[in-house]
Design a protein around this ligand. Structure first.
Ligand code: ZN
Length: 422
């Protein structure tokens, strides 16, 4: 499924193809949705002579897509829709992304490409643990694996004991999951005396959450697998917009389908390669809900546009280090929860779960960090962690070491932060 004629294409050719696809997408919007076209300042596709012209168009964000519920920004007749997926916002109006048949095909293609980059093919047994439903994960992994002709284990979310049984009995070689789910599986495996090394599992494809390099290392060590970090979201057409490769030198974004810009989250100014900022995505081949300059809120940077060690030429971005929305400000200090995660998980004896609770007491911010450890009575570890956290935060957090398994594990995505100030 590796397609060198596309994935290792000469960049000049790739960029000219992107420009052509961008014009086609703008023409589609102009033709199918006059309101959407007006939003873009009634830009004429023929006037876009280079990709740099994109910077003259307005941004769109999640709120715009929410206000467009259900079909105000769509660019295909309703009878062409075959399905939709929905983003799991915490409250309020959801974001719908309706897919045409061509959109489903596009999704299958990029997902097959992602599997191939992870070394997964027809001979593999692929266990799909994200849910099949409104969340895009389950179906995305399903379409890609169907293209490859892999043996699919479509178990969906939860049922950890059965997950382990299938890994063993069906000879699962590739596990796909929301990034925090492997931690739950590891816990259940420990309780049940499950031996990862006796299984055929060799690849994990995880995403949909920000997971630190330290967390990644622990999962790989415990399960005895190689993991791949996959990106994509409901708004862009689901999981599969990009993935890292065996070279581990950044996440390739499939640029024949997606155009990526990195902008300053405050000023909106386009940032040069290497600088960290918010990823902005324009879709180049989507029909149902094409996006022009969609602000993802994900913080990353362009690492390279040079040919990768794997041979691919599609640009590489850094692993997502945080989401704009996740940024925490305590006592005037800004940080991402994953930065705390990295610091904690570097220490031996520290478990995989932690919880940050922020409160305001007598007008002052207070940060409590609860972290699971093997031995909560280990004063040396407590002292060391307190020092490390103080060096990073420049203030004292209330650190509490708690026994493994004592922090509540809600179903679905992991909860790492509770901010009581809001
Ligand atoms: Zn590569």
């Amino acid at each position: 499924m590796y397609q060198p004629e596309i994935e290792a294409m000469d960049r000049e050719q790739l960029v000219s193809q992107q420009l052509e696809s961008l014009r086609r997408t703008l023409a589609r919007i102009q033709e199918r949705n006059p309101d959407y076209h007006r939003r873009l300042g009634s830009v004429q596709p023929g006037d876009v002579s280079s990709l740099e012209n994109l910077a003259g168009l307005p941004f769109m964000d999640k709120d715009d897509l929410r206000e467009a519920y259900p079909f105000k920004l769509t660019c295909a007749p309703k009878e062409d829709f075959v399905r939709f997926h929905m983003s799991s916002g915490t409250t309020g109006t959801p974001i719908l992304n309706p897919y045409t048949k061509a959109d489903v095909d596009q999704w299958g293609e990029i997902m097959a490409r992602c599997y191939a980059a992870a070394g997964v093919g027809a001979e593999d047994v692929v266990q799909i643990t994200p849910s099949f439903g409104l969340f895009n994960g389950g179906f995305g992994f399903h379409y890609g694996a169907t293209r490859l002709g892999s043996f699919i284990v479509p178990i969906g979310a939860g049922r950890s004991t059965l997950q382990l049984q299938f890994i063993e009995d069906l000879g699962t070689t590739c596990l796909t999951a929301i990034a925090s789910y492997p931690l739950r599986l590891i816990e259940v495996a420990r309780e049940e005396g499950f031996d990862w090394r006796s299984t055929n599992l060799r690849v994990g494809i995880f995403g949909a959450e920000v997971w630190s390099d330290e967390m990644r290392g622990r999962i790989e060590e415990e399960m005895g697998i190689t993991t791949y970090d996959i990106i994509g979201m409901t708004e862009t057409g689901g999981v599969g917009m990009g993935i890292d490769c065996e070279d581990r030198s950044g996440i390739h974004v499939w640029e024949d389908h997606y155009l990526v810009e990195i902008v300053d989250p405050v000023t909106g100014r386009t940032l040069p390669d290497g600088e960290r900022g918010e990823m902005v995505v324009s879709t180049l081949t989507r029909e149902g809900l094409p996006l022009i300059r969609f602000r993802t809120r994900d913080i990353t940077s362009v690492l390279s546009r040079d040919r990768c060690g794997c041979g691919r030429t599609h640009l590489r971005i850094a692993r997502i280090t945080g989401r704009n929305d996740d940024m925490i400000k305590v006592k005037g200090i800004n940080f991402y929860p994953q930065q705390i995660e990295s610091l904690l998980l570097r220490e031996p004896g520290v478990g995989n779960d932690y919880l940050l609770t922020i409160d305001r007491v007598a007008g002052a911010d207070r940060l409590e960090i609860k972290v699971e450890v093997q031995n909560p009575g280990d004063d040396t570890l407590a002292g060391r962690l307190a020092r490390i956290l103080r060096d990073f935060l420049a203030f004292n957090a209330d650190l509490e070491l708690v026994p493994l398994g004592s922090i509540e594990r809600p179903p679905g995505k992991a909860v790492r932060v509770v901010d009581r100030r809001k």
